[in-house]
Design a protein around this ligand. Structure first.
Ligand SMILES: [Fe+2]
Ligand SMILES: [Fe+2]
Length: 483
């Protein structure tokens, strides 16, 4: 690993550890893309806070011990950099038909379009979430939360840069066109929507934001982890560093939902309300009742599972065989990493019941990643239940059945309840509002979305965090609002 790889060049417009200065064609392409990106950020990014000074962390290197620095910055002045994890000497392709060959440093010609598609789909999600979250600033429950929102937003912006870098460096004119198109598609746009469904859903309130960062950013983690296994080394290195930032996004989600739950339970205790299903009484307290939180979990979990695509997929098999996208923690798995003749149990609905059916493991890559995701997502749910249990309230939140409310894959045509019963479409519709947020639930959540902008103060419906960002004290002014 050369020194060029660890030092970020802040003399350049685009901070980087990829020695951008020595590649004039690429540098020019990125510098030409940059103004369009800033225009996009100002018109589609966080609304109303572009002049505020935000206490943000900026990635300044890839050393695990000190890769970020904290300081006040106006978001449009954030240094969106291009940072790759260090190159591993002698790294090999670890799976698929090229297993054992040296990792590719250039795009393998035969997989050019497959690889380009993977980059475009991943890249498209990054600015999409910024767009989805752009109105949230005006209703933030605290300056701490406002800052966390903006931290997630600028890092999703950096993730877009990460994918655009790969497209522009390795895909010539095609890559430049794809980079432009990333700024032209918009979340929820009727003519040019984002590529994946969940990224066209609105994120209208802060509970949705926390659910999104818990559930949907976690899909991002799984996808990045699979791409970090890639035999295309620049993609692997890019994703490995993106995962470092992604961990914070899921922290924002898990702790955010946890703080909402905690505040609800505390308020119930203070008011002497023991029955979580006494929704009206709980709402009078200015908090979000637990059944509504469960409905939000149901919604975000189901929408996110759709992101994993069809459970049985030849596209996923091709990407795996080609050595471009591996399984979650591929190199830690104990098998041949080629999956010749091996099978994987895929959950299906057969003859009136859910059961697992052995499918060729190669075709079941998506199903497996989704299963890994569900396991990963269960951790936070357990911790949320501990918060509830500690207060003495009797209620447990849970993940719904994976077939609940799905639009893609094996279960798209079924009407399934959260506990996994298959019912008629009419029966499902009749009960829908018990399982998914109903209009009255959303109206209640909305009524609570009033901004709190005094340092150290929090809205009625959310508990204070246990510790500050960067160990700052409780009354720290995380965002200095422009006057
Ligand atoms: Fe991201
Ligand atoms: Fe993220």
């Amino acid at each position: 690993m050369s020194d060029v790889n660890v030092q970020v060049n802040y003399d350049d417009l685009i901070p980087n550890n990829v020695d951008l200065a020595s590649d004039r064609r690429l540098k020019r392409a990125l510098e030409e893309w940059h103004p369009g990106y800033i225009d996009w950020w100002k018109s589609m990014g966080p609304e109303g806070f572009q002049e505020a000074q935000v206490y943000l962390r900026t990635a300044v290197g890839v050393d695990p011990a000190g890769w970020a620095k904290f300081g006040y910055v106006k978001m449009p002045d954030y240094r969106w950099g291009i940072l790759l994890a260090p190159q591993e000497e002698g790294r090999k392709i670890n799976f698929g038909r090229h297993k054992g060959e040296p990792a590719w440093q250039e795009v393998p010609g035969e997989y050019r379009s497959l690889l380009r598609r993977l980059l475009v789909v991943q890249g498209d999600t990054e600015p999409a979430s910024v767009e989805q979250q752009r109105h949230l600033g005006s209703t933030a429950p605290s300056l701490y939360d406002l800052r966390n929102l903006f931290q997630v937003n600028v890092e999703e912006g950096r993730h877009l840069w990460a994918m655009v870098y790969l497209l522009q460096k390795y895909f010539g004119r095609d890559g430049r066109e794809e980079a432009e198109a990333m700024l032209r598609r918009h979340s929820g746009d009727a003519d040019k929507p984002r590529l994946l469904g969940a990224f066209n859903e609105a994120t209208p309130d802060w509970l949705s934001f926390f659910m999104f960062t818990y559930f949907t950013d976690r899909d991002g983690k799984m996808q990045l982890a699979s791409l970090a296994e890639s035999g295309f080394d620049p993609l692997s290195r890019t994703c490995r560093f993106m995962l470092t930032e992604e961990a914070h996004h899921m922290f924002v989600g898990e702790s955010g939902v946890g703080r909402v739950i905690q505040r609800t339970c505390e308020a119930m205790k203070e008011a002497g309300i023991d029955d979580p299903n006494n929704v009206e009484a709980v709402r009078q307290l200015g908090v979000i009742d637990l059944p509504t939180i469960q409905k939000k979990i149901n919604f975000h979990f189901a929408v996110t599972l759709d992101l994993f695509g069809a459970e049985v997929s030849t596209n996923a098999a091709n990407a795996y065989n080609a050595g471009l996208k591996g399984r979650y923690q591929e190199t830690k798995l104990d098998d041949d990493h080629q999956l010749d003749g091996s099978t994987y149990p895929v959950l299906k609905y057969v003859d009136g019941e859910f059961k697992t059916v052995d499918e060729p493991a190669l075709n079941a890559i998506n199903a497996r990643l989704r299963d890994d995701y569900v396991k990963d997502a269960e951790g936070g749910v357990k911790r949320w239940n501990k918060i509830i249990a500690k207060t003495g309230i009797e209620f447990e939140v849970q993940l719904p059945h994976p077939a609940f409310s799905r639009r893609i894959g094996e279960f798209a045509e079924l009407s399934v309840t959260p506990d996994g019963s298959v019912v008629s479409a009419d029966a499902w519709q009749a009960e829908r509002d018990q399982w998914l947020p109903a209009r009255a639930d959303l109206e209640h959540i909305n009524s609570l979305m009033q901004p709190v902008q005094q340092p150290g103060q929090y809205a009625s419906w959310i508990a204070e965090p246990k510790v500050g960002i960067d160990n700052q004290p409780g009354d720290f002014e995380y965002v200095q609002l422009a006057s």
